[in-house]
Design a protein around this ligand. Structure first.
Ligand code: NAD
Length: 337
């Protein structure tokens, strides 16, 4: 029953391990008494002509209406005549920024103990504009698009995020020494926004140097903002610093304040349906969604329970070297709540 204090959020369980890890999120939210009512949407079995994709118009409307959602991994069916599901979501909902918090999980040892950074990736343009063609045989061209509007929008989001999350520094990652016009414009926009946030330290770091610094000492960074391609690469590099894709959450920010959180990993067809998947990435993505809704108490509570369960080491899924099933691991988290 829908109470008046419940916030409606769209849930796409997705494919492969998606439904199993989504089940885990629903269970944890129930035990933690999170005031969310899920509106579940499934990927269709035929193409919806209104979206040119297996995602229905109603699903997209649900996200537009609720403005918050959680998405499991989606495997795009192979074949012609339809758009990739993830691309459909990104384009239709204008998901312009991808935000990935990356922090060391206490008790899960990697080469680094002190990672605590946020990557913010411009998600709509750059080299991923899809504008490639052949000039003459043996010569192809790809257009990198950088606009003032998209750059200002993502920079504004990064500084606002830093300010509202108690962060001290924003680093713009670029290669403007070579890409003078495109990355140059991106930097110019970041500088303009930085002037409005004098309390936040602003710096510019060349992408190659940034990679070297990240693997040498990730604690040199706080919030990183960058164009699409660099963001794609750097955000995966950062996921690797803390233990891989099974642990890394993300959240997509769209026009009009939409937040669609999602795990970074795919549908893991090799372990789907076997109760072996690690729900951590989707759970921590759900936590970013709660933070977007300013439900910080619930977010802290769930995050603590997940981290405690992993740190104790008694219940861990196979990807973390343990023997637990998805349901046992989830139950252990609920016991911590
Ligand atoms: P994948 O992330 O699904 O799997 C890579 C490896 O990591 C596999 O061995 C898998 O078992 C393991 N793994 C991933 N998530 C795990 C988890 N939560 N717990 C335990 N182990 C986990 O990548 P892939 O195999 O390249 O892609 C499979 C499908 O997923 C493809 O159809 C791809 O298009 C899709 N995909 C979707 C998204 C998305 O929806 N955002 C992202 C990436 C891939």
């Amino acid at each position: 029953a829908s109470g008046s204090n419940l916030i409606r959020a769209t849930l796409f369980p997705g494919d492969g391990i998606g439904p199993e890890i989504a089940q885990s999120v629903k269970q944890v939210f129930r035990v933690a008494e999170v005031p969310i009512e899920w509106e579940e949407h499934f990927v269709g079995t035929e193409i919806d002509p209104r979206t040119q994709s297996f995602l229905t118009w109603e699903s997209l409307e649900s996200v537009r209406r609720n403005k918050v959602g959680l998405k499991g991994p989606m495997a795009t069916p192979i074949g012609k005549g339809h758009r990739s599901l993830n691309l459909t979501l990104r384009k239709e909902l204008n998901l312009y920024a991808n935000v990935r918090p990356c922090y060391s999980l206490p008790g899960y040892k990697t080469k680094y103990d002190d990672v605590d950074l946020i990557t913010i990736r411009e998600n709509t343009e750059g080299e991923y504009s899809g504008l490639e063609h052949q000039v003459v045989r043996g010569v192809v061209e790809s257009l990198k698009i950088i606009t003032r509007q998209a750059s200002l929008r993502v920079a504004e989001y990064a500084f606002h995020y830093a300010k509202t999350h108690g962060r001290e520094r924003v680093s713009a990652i670029h290669k403007a020494n070579i890409m003078q016009k495109t990355d140059g414009l991106f930097l110019k926009c970041c500088r303009e926004v930085a002037e409005k946030y004098p309390e936040i330290v602003y710096e510019e770091v060349v992408i190659d140097n940034c990679c070297m610094m990240l693997v040498k000492n990730p604690s040199l960074f706080d919030v990183l903002v960058m164009p699409n391609l660099y963001g794609d690469i750097i955000s995966d590099l950062c996921a690797g610093l803390i233990g891989g894709l099974g642990l890394t959450p993300s959240c997509n920010i769209g026009e009009g304040g939409i937040a669609l959180a999602e795990a970074v990993h795919g549908s893991a067809p090799d372990i789907a349906g076997k109760n072996l998947a690690n729900p951590t990435a989707l759970l921590l993505s759900a936590v970013t969604m709660l933070r977007h809704l300013d439900l910080h108490d619930k977010a802290d509570k769930i995050q603590d329970a997940v981290l405690k369960t992993i740190a104790e080491g008694k219940y861990r899924t196979g990807d973390l070297g343990g023997k637990s099933t998805t349901t046992d691991f989830t139950k252990a988290i609920c016991d911590h709540l």
